[in-house]
Write a protein that binds this ligand. Sequence first.
Ligand SMILES: N[C@@H](CCC[C@H](N)C(=O)O)C(=O)O
Length: 360
Amino acid sequence: MAAASSAPCRLAASPSPSRLFLLKPPSLFFRASTLLLPSTSSSRARPLALASPTSVQSPMASFLDRKAQAQPHPLLHFVKYHGLGNDFIMVDNRDSPLPLITPDQAVKLCHRNFGIGADGVIFVMPGTNGTDYTMRIFNSDGSEPEMCGNGVRCFARFVADLENHQGKHSFTIHTGAGLIVPEIQEDGQVKVDMGQPILAGPEVPTKIPGTQNVAVVKAGLEVDGLTWNVTCVSMGNPHCITFGTADSQGLEVDKIKLAEIGPKFEHHELFPARTNTEFVQILSRSHLKMRVWERGAGATLACGTGACATVVAAVLEGHAERRCIVDLPGGPLEIEWREEDNHIYMTGPAESVFYGSILL
Ligand SMILES: N[C@@H](CCC[C@H](N)C(=O)O)C(=O)O
């Protein structure tokens, strides 16, 4: 795609920020022609370029070589990735330890009607304390979580694209949850050493009293007039996992009214940092089905840290073995909580969808 910065975008007459989208589906590259539109709303994305397919092949990396444009019209280049439908705006932030956009800008870019649309924005930043890279992420509500499992697989594929790595490849990432090590497999899937789960209630954090020493396992939690059995696990970020209410046989997750019940868990007073919540159906001792309400993002099609926390909870409650397939609305993840090192390993896909540029 050749036109992102060569196409003149004259916005001096615009009274408020405008947006430029140049879209690329996976197999086609586009040449953009400019269309100048006055901007009328600061919260709405205004398309300033129309794209038409050409036969010109151009590597994504050369597009990404363009650095974010400085004043007077800051231009952000991005690539949209997803891991099982959990989607992210990926930003090449390797030149700076500060995110190129603010949380408020992330909220606008993530908006599914007035922005690019995503569950979050992820920044590939210089390493910290000897790691190869640092990952930071803003949720679609602008809050900053410590970790993101699907995001880290997208991060790995994005870095491979940026650095032109082929085949099997591994590197180290500093995150708010500590050191994370993804490995791109020969088949393109990404296997991630997600580290050890944290089980001590106050560290999750939750104010629910411990049921197995300090761990909160199958504890009763009152939500919406029902007592839910919950297990609380941190994967760097907090998770509350439920397999059902105290007087039910088990969940049929397709019947859960996620948008109604999810926020009541997320904002429950016993979760001081809010929480992600996983509703889980046991299909067998190695096969679980899960729907998630994410802190700061709502219902998403998949949650990698949530799938890891779910397997830990299933093992602690005696429902499953340490190696499980977790079915999410966007597809399956393979999770193993290894006994030898207490680490959790997550394997799944990550794909690029399109790339473009946007005026901030
Ligand atoms: N979707 C992510 C988790 C993203 C962060 C989460 N919303 C939080 O605030 O903790 C994943 O795949 O793990």
